[in-house]
Design a binder for this molecule. Structure first.
Ligand SMILES: [Zn+2]
Length: 167
């Protein structure tokens, strides 16, 4: 049986390849070149405030050490809005609630969300260090704009909302 890379379809040597780690193709073979390119062009980065580490995922792999971020990365998918455009997005990890789903412009900071400035200030502060809040930044086809999804652990939602009102 011939083993092929799921990404570039190159024929692989037996026992000398990586594997897809996330999504519905988890466990499928991936050549080392595609594995290395995958995280070099990450599609989402995410940080849990109580953990402080920023993790990335590509289309095929992620090595997030946080189980909540890992399960979020597992759901990330591309949505096409037309032949050339689209965006990546994920779904709420178990035990969390989605509190924001918007986008912002990387050059002037514009966001259509009324809460964006408050979300940004909270993210930059140390007020969330004891809470499980995941800030995820999925890529879009527009190089100037980035998605923003915020998920809060169920029992931290009320406190998060009150902190958001204070900033
Ligand atoms: Zn490949």
């Amino acid at each position: 049986m011939t083993i092929k890379c799921i990404s570039c379809e190159e024929t692989l040597e037996k026992d000398d390849y990586a594997c897809v780690t996330i999504g519905e193709d988890a466990g499928e073979p991936l050549c080392w070149d595609c594995e290395s390119d995958d995280l070099a062009e990450a599609v989402v980065s995410a940080k849990k405030t109580s953990d402080g580490e920023t993790y990335c995922c590509g289309n095929y792999t992620s090595y997030a050490e946080d189980p909540d971020i890992e399960s979020y990365f597992d759901t990330v998918k591309w949505t096409s809005t037309d032949a050339w455009r689209g965006y990546y997005s994920g779904s709420c990890p178990p035990g969390y609630k989605k509190v924001a789903n918007t986008w912002f412009c990387g050059t002037d900071g514009f966001s259509p969300s009324d809460e964006f400035d408050a979300l940004h200030s909270l993210f930059e502060s140390d007020k969330l260090d004891d809470l499980d809040v995941i800030y995820a930044f999925p890529r879009t086809s527009n190089v100037f704009s980035t998605g923003l999804e915020v998920y809060v652990r169920n029992n931290h939602v009320e406190l998060f909302k009150s902190l958001l009102k204070e900033v």
